[in-house]
Design a protein around this ligand. Sequence first.
Ligand code: GLN
Length: 536
Amino acid sequence: MVLVSTKYIFVTGGVLSSVGKGVTTASLGMLLKSIGYSVTAIKIDPYINVDAGTMNPYIHGEVFVTEDGGETDLDLGHYERFLDVDLSKHNNITTGQIYYSVIMKERKGNYLGQCVQIIPHITDEIKSRIREVAKQSGADIVLVEIGGTVGDIEGLPFLEAVRQMRLEEGFENTLFIHVALVPFLKATEELKTKPLQHSVQELRRIGIQPDTIVARSDRPLTLEAQQKIALYSNVPLHAVFSNYDVETVYEVPLILHKQGMTRYIAQRLNLEYHEPDLSRWRDFIDKLKHVDKSVKIAMVGKYTALKDSYISIIEALRHAAAHLKVRTELVWVEATDVERGLRDPNEILEKVDGALILPGFGKRGAEGKIKVIKEARERGIPVLGICFGLQLMVVEFARNVIGLKDANSTEINPSTPHPVVDLMEEQKRIKGLGGTMRLGSHPITLVQGSKVHRIYGTHIIYERHRHRYEINPKYVDMLESCGLIVSGWSKERFPEFMELKDHTFYIGTQAHPEFKSRPLRPSPIYLAFVAAITQG
Ligand code: GLN
Protein backbone atom coordinates (compact mmCIF):
# COMPACT_ATOMS: atom_id res chain seq x y z
CA MET A 1 0.00 0.00 0.00
CA VAL A 2 2.26 2.78 -1.19
CA LEU A 3 0.73 6.16 -0.56
CA VAL A 4 0.91 9.02 -3.01
CA SER A 5 1.35 11.54 -0.24
CA THR A 6 2.45 11.40 3.38
CA LYS A 7 -0.29 11.63 5.98
CA TYR A 8 0.26 13.93 8.94
CA ILE A 9 -1.53 13.57 12.25
CA PHE A 10 -1.09 16.48 14.66
CA VAL A 11 -1.76 15.87 18.33
CA THR A 12 -2.39 18.82 20.64
CA GLY A 13 -3.11 18.86 24.36
CA GLY A 14 -5.56 20.74 26.50
CA VAL A 15 -6.31 21.60 30.13
CA LEU A 16 -3.18 20.09 31.69
CA SER A 17 0.18 18.78 30.58
CA SER A 18 1.13 15.18 31.44
CA VAL A 19 -2.37 14.19 30.46
CA GLY A 20 -1.27 11.22 28.38
CA LYS A 21 -0.72 12.78 24.96
CA GLY A 22 2.46 10.78 24.49
CA VAL A 23 0.81 7.46 25.17
CA THR A 24 -2.20 8.40 23.03
CA THR A 25 0.10 9.32 20.14
CA ALA A 26 2.15 6.14 20.56
CA SER A 27 -1.02 4.02 20.77
CA LEU A 28 -2.43 5.51 17.63
CA GLY A 29 0.86 4.92 15.83
CA MET A 30 0.83 1.31 16.92
CA LEU A 31 -2.73 0.86 15.61
CA LEU A 32 -1.97 2.44 12.25
CA LYS A 33 1.11 0.25 11.93
CA SER A 34 -1.05 -2.78 12.69
CA ILE A 35 -3.15 -2.11 9.59
CA GLY A 36 -0.07 -2.18 7.42
CA TYR A 37 1.35 1.33 7.22
CA SER A 38 4.81 2.53 8.18
CA VAL A 39 4.63 5.11 10.92
CA THR A 40 7.00 7.55 12.56
CA ALA A 41 6.38 10.01 15.37
CA ILE A 42 7.81 13.43 16.17
CA LYS A 43 7.71 15.15 19.54
CA ILE A 44 7.76 18.93 19.55
CA ASP A 45 8.97 20.51 22.76
CA PRO A 46 8.37 24.24 22.88
CA TYR A 47 11.19 24.94 25.36
CA ILE A 48 14.36 26.84 24.51
CA ASN A 49 16.76 24.03 25.42
CA VAL A 50 18.26 22.57 22.25
CA ASP A 51 17.66 19.11 23.66
CA ALA A 52 16.58 17.43 26.89
CA GLY A 53 20.16 16.51 27.84
CA THR A 54 20.77 19.45 30.13
CA MET A 55 17.49 19.14 32.02
CA ASN A 56 17.11 17.67 35.46
CA PRO A 57 15.27 14.33 35.26
CA TYR A 58 13.78 15.17 38.61
CA ILE A 59 11.75 17.95 37.02
CA HIS A 60 11.35 16.75 33.49
CA GLY A 61 11.57 12.99 33.70
CA GLU A 62 14.02 10.70 31.98
CA VAL A 63 16.26 11.77 29.12
CA PHE A 64 15.61 9.18 26.41
CA VAL A 65 18.65 8.30 24.29
CA THR A 66 18.20 7.36 20.63
CA GLU A 67 20.43 5.08 18.53
CA ASP A 68 22.10 8.10 16.92
CA GLY A 69 22.86 9.64 20.31
CA GLY A 70 20.02 12.14 20.66
CA GLU A 71 19.17 13.16 24.23
CA THR A 72 15.45 13.44 23.82
CA ASP A 73 12.10 13.76 25.54
CA LEU A 74 10.78 10.64 27.24
CA ASP A 75 7.83 10.50 24.83
CA LEU A 76 10.23 9.14 22.20
CA GLY A 77 10.56 6.16 24.51
CA HIS A 78 6.80 5.60 24.37
CA TYR A 79 6.90 5.88 20.57
CA GLU A 80 9.77 3.39 20.22
CA ARG A 81 8.15 0.91 22.60
CA PHE A 82 4.68 1.04 21.04
CA LEU A 83 5.80 1.32 17.44
CA ASP A 84 8.80 -1.00 17.75
CA VAL A 85 10.96 1.29 15.62
CA ASP A 86 14.25 3.10 16.20
CA LEU A 87 13.81 6.85 15.99
CA SER A 88 16.41 9.52 15.36
CA LYS A 89 17.34 12.60 17.34
CA HIS A 90 15.59 14.58 14.59
CA ASN A 91 12.27 13.17 15.84
CA ASN A 92 12.47 15.58 18.77
CA ILE A 93 12.13 19.21 17.71
CA THR A 94 12.56 22.05 20.21
CA THR A 95 12.19 25.83 20.05
CA GLY A 96 15.91 25.98 20.82
CA GLN A 97 16.79 24.04 17.66
CA ILE A 98 14.48 26.11 15.49
CA TYR A 99 15.75 29.50 16.63
CA TYR A 100 19.35 28.30 16.64
CA SER A 101 19.24 27.37 12.98
CA VAL A 102 17.23 30.43 11.89
CA ILE A 103 19.71 32.70 13.67
CA MET A 104 22.68 30.85 12.14
CA LYS A 105 21.13 31.25 8.68
CA GLU A 106 20.53 34.95 9.31
CA ARG A 107 24.19 35.40 10.32
CA LYS A 108 25.31 33.63 7.17
CA GLY A 109 23.26 36.03 5.13
CA ASN A 110 20.68 33.55 3.90
CA TYR A 111 17.86 36.01 4.44
CA LEU A 112 19.73 39.01 3.07
CA GLY A 113 17.53 42.06 2.78
CA GLN A 114 14.66 40.57 4.78
CA CYS A 115 13.29 41.24 8.21
CA VAL A 116 13.46 37.80 9.89
CA GLN A 117 10.19 37.03 11.66
CA ILE A 118 8.27 34.30 13.45
CA ILE A 119 5.93 34.09 10.48
CA PRO A 120 7.18 33.01 7.95
CA HIS A 121 10.81 32.25 8.91
CA ILE A 122 10.32 30.37 12.18
CA THR A 123 7.19 28.61 10.95
CA ASP A 124 8.95 27.67 7.67
CA GLU A 125 11.82 26.17 9.64
CA ILE A 126 9.35 24.14 11.74
CA LYS A 127 7.54 22.83 8.68
CA SER A 128 10.74 21.97 6.88
CA ARG A 129 11.99 19.96 9.87
CA ILE A 130 8.75 18.00 10.11
CA ARG A 131 8.87 17.28 6.38
CA GLU A 132 12.52 16.31 6.57
CA VAL A 133 11.73 13.63 9.18
CA ALA A 134 8.92 12.41 6.92
CA LYS A 135 11.35 12.20 4.02
CA GLN A 136 14.25 10.60 5.89
CA SER A 137 12.06 7.99 7.58
CA GLY A 138 10.08 7.24 4.45
CA ALA A 139 7.05 6.72 6.67
CA ASP A 140 3.50 6.66 5.26
CA ILE A 141 2.15 8.35 8.36
CA VAL A 142 3.87 10.97 10.51
CA LEU A 143 2.46 11.64 13.95
CA VAL A 144 3.41 15.05 15.34
CA GLU A 145 2.79 15.60 19.03
CA ILE A 146 2.96 19.20 20.16
CA GLY A 147 4.17 19.33 23.76
CA GLY A 148 2.66 21.55 26.42
CA THR A 149 -0.90 22.79 26.50
CA VAL A 150 -2.87 24.82 23.97
CA GLY A 151 -2.75 28.42 25.10
CA ASP A 152 0.92 28.38 26.15
CA ILE A 153 2.83 31.28 24.59
CA GLU A 154 5.74 29.00 23.65
CA GLY A 155 3.55 26.65 21.66
CA LEU A 156 2.05 29.28 19.34
CA PRO A 157 4.61 29.21 16.49
CA PHE A 158 4.29 25.42 16.31
CA LEU A 159 0.49 25.55 16.20
CA GLU A 160 0.69 28.21 13.52
CA ALA A 161 3.09 26.05 11.49
CA VAL A 162 0.85 22.98 11.61
CA ARG A 163 -2.18 25.12 10.83
CA GLN A 164 -0.40 26.14 7.62
CA MET A 165 0.45 22.51 6.91
CA ARG A 166 -3.23 21.61 6.68
CA LEU A 167 -3.60 24.06 3.78
CA GLU A 168 -0.40 23.00 2.10
CA GLU A 169 -0.80 19.22 2.48
CA GLY A 170 -4.55 19.07 2.02
CA PHE A 171 -7.50 18.08 4.16
CA GLU A 172 -7.35 14.35 3.31
CA ASN A 173 -3.67 14.23 4.25
CA THR A 174 -3.86 15.91 7.64
CA LEU A 175 -5.73 15.25 10.85
CA PHE A 176 -5.90 17.18 14.09
CA ILE A 177 -6.42 15.29 17.33
CA HIS A 178 -6.97 17.16 20.55
CA VAL A 179 -6.30 15.29 23.80
CA ALA A 180 -7.70 16.94 26.91
CA LEU A 181 -8.53 16.15 30.48
CA VAL A 182 -12.11 15.61 31.60
CA PRO A 183 -12.07 15.66 35.39
CA PHE A 184 -14.56 13.78 37.55
CA LEU A 185 -16.12 15.95 40.20
CA LYS A 186 -16.79 13.95 43.32
CA ALA A 187 -19.29 16.35 44.85
CA THR A 188 -21.72 16.06 41.96
CA GLU A 189 -20.53 12.68 40.69
CA GLU A 190 -20.06 14.10 37.20
CA LEU A 191 -17.49 14.17 34.42
CA LYS A 192 -16.92 17.86 33.70
CA THR A 193 -16.33 18.76 30.06
CA LYS A 194 -16.07 22.55 30.45
CA PRO A 195 -12.26 22.76 30.67
CA LEU A 196 -12.04 20.66 27.49
CA GLN A 197 -14.56 22.92 25.75
CA HIS A 198 -12.44 25.94 26.64
CA SER A 199 -9.26 24.37 25.35
CA VAL A 200 -10.98 23.56 22.04
CA GLN A 201 -12.15 27.17 21.83
CA GLU A 202 -8.57 28.30 22.36
CA LEU A 203 -7.45 26.01 19.54
CA ARG A 204 -10.13 27.37 17.21
CA ARG A 205 -9.13 30.92 18.08
CA ILE A 206 -5.71 30.07 16.63
CA GLY A 207 -7.38 28.74 13.50
CA ILE A 208 -7.34 25.02 14.17
CA GLN A 209 -10.58 23.05 14.23
CA PRO A 210 -9.80 19.63 15.71
CA ASP A 211 -11.13 16.64 13.74
CA THR A 212 -11.01 14.26 16.66
CA ILE A 213 -11.18 14.58 20.42
CA VAL A 214 -9.59 12.16 22.86
CA ALA A 215 -10.95 12.77 26.34
CA ARG A 216 -8.70 11.67 29.18
CA SER A 217 -10.54 10.75 32.33
CA ASP A 218 -10.31 8.38 35.23
CA ARG A 219 -13.38 6.47 34.01
CA PRO A 220 -15.07 5.82 30.62
CA LEU A 221 -16.97 8.80 29.21
CA THR A 222 -20.73 8.66 29.59
CA LEU A 223 -22.79 9.11 26.42
CA GLU A 224 -23.98 12.42 27.82
CA ALA A 225 -20.42 13.72 28.27
CA GLN A 226 -19.49 12.45 24.82
CA GLN A 227 -22.46 14.29 23.26
CA LYS A 228 -21.57 17.49 25.04
CA ILE A 229 -17.97 17.29 23.87
CA ALA A 230 -19.06 16.63 20.27
CA LEU A 231 -21.48 19.58 20.29
CA TYR A 232 -19.15 22.14 21.85
CA SER A 233 -16.06 20.98 19.97
CA ASN A 234 -17.89 20.89 16.66
CA VAL A 235 -16.89 17.31 15.83
CA PRO A 236 -19.08 14.30 15.02
CA LEU A 237 -20.04 12.09 17.95
CA HIS A 238 -18.14 9.12 16.52
CA ALA A 239 -14.95 11.23 16.48
CA VAL A 240 -14.95 11.61 20.27
CA PHE A 241 -12.96 8.87 22.01
CA SER A 242 -12.60 8.01 25.64
CA ASN A 243 -9.09 7.34 26.94
CA TYR A 244 -9.83 6.31 30.50
CA ASP A 245 -7.49 5.02 33.21
CA VAL A 246 -6.36 1.44 32.69
CA GLU A 247 -4.03 -0.82 34.64
CA THR A 248 -1.12 -0.47 32.21
CA VAL A 249 -0.45 2.03 29.42
CA TYR A 250 -0.16 -0.85 26.97
CA GLU A 251 -3.93 -1.28 27.12
CA VAL A 252 -4.57 2.16 25.65
CA PRO A 253 -4.34 1.04 21.98
CA LEU A 254 -6.86 -1.68 22.70
CA ILE A 255 -9.44 0.59 24.32
CA LEU A 256 -9.14 3.13 21.52
CA HIS A 257 -9.37 0.44 18.86
CA LYS A 258 -12.45 -1.02 20.48
CA GLN A 259 -14.18 2.33 20.13
CA GLY A 260 -13.46 2.34 16.40
CA MET A 261 -10.64 4.86 16.36
CA THR A 262 -8.41 2.94 13.92
CA ARG A 263 -11.21 2.58 11.40
CA TYR A 264 -12.31 6.21 11.82
CA ILE A 265 -8.82 7.60 11.24
CA ALA A 266 -8.15 5.27 8.33
CA GLN A 267 -11.34 6.42 6.62
CA ARG A 268 -10.72 10.06 7.35
CA LEU A 269 -7.23 9.85 5.81
CA ASN A 270 -8.25 7.66 2.86
CA LEU A 271 -6.27 4.70 4.09
CA GLU A 272 -7.12 1.09 3.38
CA TYR A 273 -8.65 -0.52 6.42
CA HIS A 274 -8.84 -4.16 7.42
CA GLU A 275 -9.27 -5.56 10.89
CA PRO A 276 -5.75 -5.75 12.43
CA ASP A 277 -4.38 -8.80 14.22
CA LEU A 278 -3.62 -7.56 17.73
CA SER A 279 -3.34 -11.00 19.30
CA ARG A 280 0.36 -10.79 20.22
CA TRP A 281 -0.20 -7.46 21.93
CA ARG A 282 -3.24 -8.86 23.74
CA ASP A 283 -1.23 -11.87 24.79
CA PHE A 284 1.47 -9.57 26.23
CA ILE A 285 -1.14 -7.69 28.31
CA ASP A 286 -2.61 -10.95 29.42
CA LYS A 287 0.75 -12.09 30.72
CA LEU A 288 1.27 -8.72 32.43
CA LYS A 289 -1.99 -9.06 34.30
CA HIS A 290 -2.18 -12.75 35.05
CA VAL A 291 1.00 -13.62 36.86
CA ASP A 292 2.20 -16.74 38.63
CA LYS A 293 4.49 -15.08 41.11
CA SER A 294 5.46 -11.73 42.57
CA VAL A 295 9.02 -10.54 43.31
CA LYS A 296 10.33 -7.42 45.02
CA ILE A 297 13.13 -5.32 43.57
CA ALA A 298 14.88 -2.52 45.45
CA MET A 299 15.25 0.43 43.08
CA VAL A 300 18.19 2.42 44.39
CA GLY A 301 18.49 5.96 43.07
CA LYS A 302 18.26 9.62 43.91
CA TYR A 303 15.40 10.85 41.75
CA THR A 304 12.97 8.32 43.20
CA ALA A 305 10.25 10.85 44.01
CA LEU A 306 9.54 11.27 40.30
CA LYS A 307 9.18 7.80 38.79
CA ASP A 308 9.29 9.28 35.27
CA SER A 309 13.03 9.78 35.88
CA TYR A 310 13.49 6.05 35.35
CA ILE A 311 10.62 5.28 32.99
CA SER A 312 12.57 3.17 30.45
CA ILE A 313 14.02 1.04 33.25
CA ILE A 314 10.58 0.52 34.78
CA GLU A 315 9.22 -0.46 31.36
CA ALA A 316 12.17 -2.79 30.64
CA LEU A 317 11.44 -4.59 33.92
CA ARG A 318 7.78 -4.77 32.97
CA HIS A 319 8.56 -6.30 29.56
CA ALA A 320 10.82 -8.90 31.20
CA ALA A 321 8.25 -9.62 33.92
CA ALA A 322 5.45 -10.18 31.41
CA HIS A 323 7.65 -12.55 29.48
CA LEU A 324 8.25 -14.57 32.65
CA LYS A 325 4.70 -14.18 33.95
CA VAL A 326 5.80 -12.57 37.20
CA ARG A 327 4.91 -9.30 38.86
CA THR A 328 7.84 -7.08 39.78
CA GLU A 329 7.01 -4.99 42.77
CA LEU A 330 9.35 -2.01 42.86
CA VAL A 331 10.56 -0.88 46.27
CA TRP A 332 11.97 2.62 45.87
CA VAL A 333 15.07 3.38 47.90
CA GLU A 334 16.08 7.03 48.05
CA ALA A 335 19.89 6.92 48.22
CA THR A 336 20.13 10.30 49.93
CA ASP A 337 18.05 8.91 52.84
CA VAL A 338 20.50 6.02 53.22
CA GLU A 339 23.41 8.45 52.96
CA ARG A 340 22.03 10.58 55.78
CA GLY A 341 21.45 7.53 57.95
CA LEU A 342 17.66 7.87 57.78
CA ARG A 343 17.29 4.38 56.34
CA ASP A 344 19.19 1.22 57.07
CA PRO A 345 20.32 -0.80 54.00
CA ASN A 346 20.06 -3.97 56.03
CA GLU A 347 16.39 -3.48 56.72
CA ILE A 348 15.69 -2.47 53.13
CA LEU A 349 17.35 -5.51 51.59
CA GLU A 350 15.85 -7.97 54.01
CA LYS A 351 12.51 -7.40 52.35
CA VAL A 352 13.52 -7.66 48.67
CA ASP A 353 14.57 -10.38 46.23
CA GLY A 354 16.96 -8.32 44.12
CA ALA A 355 18.39 -4.83 43.72
CA LEU A 356 18.76 -2.51 40.75
CA ILE A 357 21.32 0.26 41.11
CA LEU A 358 20.02 3.13 39.01
CA PRO A 359 21.98 5.52 36.79
CA GLY A 360 22.81 9.02 37.96
CA PHE A 361 25.17 11.93 38.11
CA GLY A 362 27.14 13.70 40.81
CA LYS A 363 28.00 13.32 44.44
CA ARG A 364 24.64 13.52 46.19
CA GLY A 365 23.39 10.11 47.24
CA ALA A 366 26.46 8.23 45.94
CA GLU A 367 27.65 7.09 49.37
CA GLY A 368 24.10 5.92 50.12
CA LYS A 369 24.12 3.80 46.97
CA ILE A 370 27.51 2.36 47.90
CA LYS A 371 26.16 1.29 51.32
CA VAL A 372 23.24 -0.52 49.68
CA ILE A 373 25.57 -2.15 47.12
CA LYS A 374 27.84 -3.53 49.89
CA GLU A 375 24.89 -5.02 51.71
CA ALA A 376 23.40 -6.49 48.52
CA ARG A 377 26.71 -8.02 47.44
CA GLU A 378 27.25 -9.60 50.84
CA ARG A 379 23.73 -10.99 50.90
CA GLY A 380 24.22 -12.64 47.53
CA ILE A 381 20.93 -11.42 46.04
CA PRO A 382 20.77 -10.65 42.29
CA VAL A 383 22.07 -7.17 41.52
CA LEU A 384 21.98 -5.22 38.26
CA GLY A 385 23.86 -1.92 38.01
CA ILE A 386 23.14 0.51 35.21
CA CYS A 387 25.85 3.01 34.19
CA PHE A 388 26.54 4.97 37.40
CA GLY A 389 25.30 1.78 39.10
CA LEU A 390 28.19 -0.23 37.61
CA GLN A 391 30.65 2.54 38.46
CA LEU A 392 29.61 2.52 42.12
CA MET A 393 29.67 -1.30 42.23
CA VAL A 394 33.33 -1.03 41.22
CA VAL A 395 34.01 1.66 43.84
CA GLU A 396 32.42 -0.50 46.55
CA PHE A 397 34.36 -3.57 45.44
CA ALA A 398 37.67 -1.68 45.35
CA ARG A 399 37.12 -0.34 48.85
CA ASN A 400 35.68 -3.35 50.63
CA VAL A 401 37.07 -6.38 48.79
CA ILE A 402 40.41 -5.19 47.44
CA GLY A 403 40.99 -2.89 50.40
CA LEU A 404 41.74 0.30 48.49
CA LYS A 405 40.70 2.77 51.14
CA ASP A 406 38.97 5.88 49.78
CA ALA A 407 38.74 4.45 46.26
CA ASN A 408 36.26 6.52 44.31
CA SER A 409 35.11 7.94 41.00
CA THR A 410 36.74 11.25 40.16
CA GLU A 411 33.22 12.51 39.46
CA ILE A 412 32.60 12.28 43.22
CA ASN A 413 36.07 12.94 44.61
CA PRO A 414 38.52 14.44 42.09
CA SER A 415 41.48 13.90 44.44
CA THR A 416 40.83 10.28 45.41
CA PRO A 417 44.06 8.26 45.83
CA HIS A 418 42.45 5.39 43.85
CA PRO A 419 40.49 6.71 40.85
CA VAL A 420 38.87 3.39 39.91
CA VAL A 421 36.35 5.32 37.83
CA ASP A 422 37.74 8.21 35.82
CA LEU A 423 36.84 10.67 33.10
CA MET A 424 37.23 9.17 29.62
CA GLU A 425 40.26 10.44 27.74
CA GLU A 426 38.19 12.03 24.95
CA GLN A 427 36.09 13.83 27.59
CA LYS A 428 39.07 15.65 29.09
CA ARG A 429 39.22 18.04 26.13
CA ILE A 430 35.50 18.84 26.15
CA LYS A 431 34.30 22.14 27.54
CA GLY A 432 30.51 22.55 27.06
CA LEU A 433 27.95 20.29 28.72
CA GLY A 434 25.25 20.11 26.01
CA GLY A 435 25.35 16.95 23.89
CA THR A 436 28.98 16.20 24.74
CA MET A 437 28.75 12.87 26.60
CA ARG A 438 29.55 9.52 24.95
CA LEU A 439 26.11 9.04 23.48
CA GLY A 440 24.04 6.55 21.55
CA SER A 441 24.69 3.10 20.18
CA HIS A 442 28.20 1.63 20.43
CA PRO A 443 29.38 -1.95 19.88
CA ILE A 444 30.35 -4.10 22.85
CA THR A 445 32.50 -7.20 22.49
CA LEU A 446 31.42 -9.86 24.96
CA VAL A 447 33.89 -12.17 26.61
CA GLN A 448 33.51 -15.85 25.72
CA GLY A 449 32.40 -17.92 28.67
CA SER A 450 31.05 -14.98 30.71
CA LYS A 451 27.49 -14.88 32.05
CA VAL A 452 26.72 -11.84 29.95
CA HIS A 453 27.90 -13.66 26.82
CA ARG A 454 25.54 -16.52 27.65
CA ILE A 455 22.69 -14.10 28.27
CA TYR A 456 23.04 -12.30 24.93
CA GLY A 457 24.10 -15.44 23.10
CA THR A 458 26.25 -13.50 20.66
CA HIS A 459 29.74 -12.05 20.50
CA ILE A 460 29.09 -8.45 19.51
CA ILE A 461 26.12 -6.48 20.75
CA TYR A 462 25.00 -2.89 20.41
CA GLU A 463 23.61 -0.95 23.35
CA ARG A 464 22.98 2.76 23.89
CA HIS A 465 25.10 4.98 26.13
CA ARG A 466 25.14 8.25 28.00
CA HIS A 467 28.19 8.84 30.15
CA ARG A 468 31.47 10.75 30.62
CA TYR A 469 33.27 8.42 32.99
CA GLU A 470 34.64 4.90 32.54
CA ILE A 471 36.01 2.10 34.71
CA ASN A 472 39.67 3.02 34.86
CA PRO A 473 41.45 0.37 32.72
CA LYS A 474 44.49 0.61 35.03
CA TYR A 475 42.54 -1.14 37.79
CA VAL A 476 41.05 -3.91 35.69
CA ASP A 477 43.72 -6.55 36.50
CA MET A 478 43.32 -5.92 40.20
CA LEU A 479 39.51 -6.09 40.04
CA GLU A 480 39.61 -9.26 37.96
CA SER A 481 42.10 -11.03 40.21
CA CYS A 482 39.69 -10.48 43.10
CA GLY A 483 36.71 -11.90 41.18
CA LEU A 484 35.01 -8.91 39.53
CA ILE A 485 35.66 -9.74 35.90
CA VAL A 486 35.09 -7.86 32.65
CA SER A 487 32.47 -9.56 30.50
CA GLY A 488 32.19 -6.92 27.78
CA TRP A 489 34.63 -4.43 26.27
CA SER A 490 34.10 -1.20 24.36
CA LYS A 491 35.98 -0.50 21.14
CA GLU A 492 38.09 1.94 23.15
CA ARG A 493 38.97 -0.96 25.51
CA PHE A 494 37.21 0.00 28.70
CA PRO A 495 34.82 -2.32 30.56
CA GLU A 496 31.23 -2.17 29.31
CA PHE A 497 30.01 -5.11 31.41
CA MET A 498 31.42 -6.51 34.64
CA GLU A 499 30.26 -9.49 36.67
CA LEU A 500 31.13 -11.19 39.91
CA LYS A 501 32.49 -14.64 39.16
CA ASP A 502 30.99 -16.75 41.91
CA HIS A 503 27.57 -15.21 42.07
CA THR A 504 24.25 -16.11 40.48
CA PHE A 505 23.73 -12.58 39.17
CA TYR A 506 25.91 -9.63 40.07
CA ILE A 507 26.25 -7.68 36.85
CA GLY A 508 26.86 -4.05 36.03
CA THR A 509 26.90 -2.30 32.68
CA GLN A 510 28.16 1.02 31.43
CA ALA A 511 25.36 0.96 28.86
CA HIS A 512 21.62 1.59 29.10
CA PRO A 513 20.03 -1.58 27.68
CA GLU A 514 16.61 -0.37 28.87
CA PHE A 515 16.36 2.00 25.89
CA LYS A 516 16.13 -0.94 23.50
CA SER A 517 13.63 -3.01 25.45
CA ARG A 518 10.27 -3.51 23.72
CA PRO A 519 7.06 -5.10 24.99
CA LEU A 520 7.38 -8.10 22.71
CA ARG A 521 11.20 -8.13 22.68
CA PRO A 522 12.48 -7.62 26.23
CA SER A 523 16.10 -6.59 26.75
CA PRO A 524 18.18 -9.78 27.29
CA ILE A 525 19.98 -8.45 30.36
CA TYR A 526 16.78 -7.26 32.09
CA LEU A 527 15.14 -10.56 31.23
CA ALA A 528 18.04 -12.50 32.76
CA PHE A 529 17.98 -10.27 35.85
CA VAL A 530 14.27 -10.83 36.50
CA ALA A 531 14.70 -14.54 35.74
CA ALA A 532 17.54 -14.78 38.29
CA ILE A 533 15.36 -13.06 40.92
CA THR A 534 12.39 -15.29 40.13
CA GLN A 535 14.44 -18.47 40.43
CA GLY A 536 16.14 -17.29 43.63
N1 GLN B 1 27.70 10.04 35.95
C1 GLN B 1 28.21 8.90 35.28
C2 GLN B 1 28.98 9.27 34.01
O1 GLN B 1 28.84 10.32 33.48
C3 GLN B 1 27.12 7.91 34.96
C4 GLN B 1 26.09 8.41 34.01
C5 GLN B 1 24.85 7.58 33.97
O2 GLN B 1 24.52 6.86 34.92
N2 GLN B 1 24.10 7.68 32.90
O3 GLN B 1 29.74 8.48 33.51
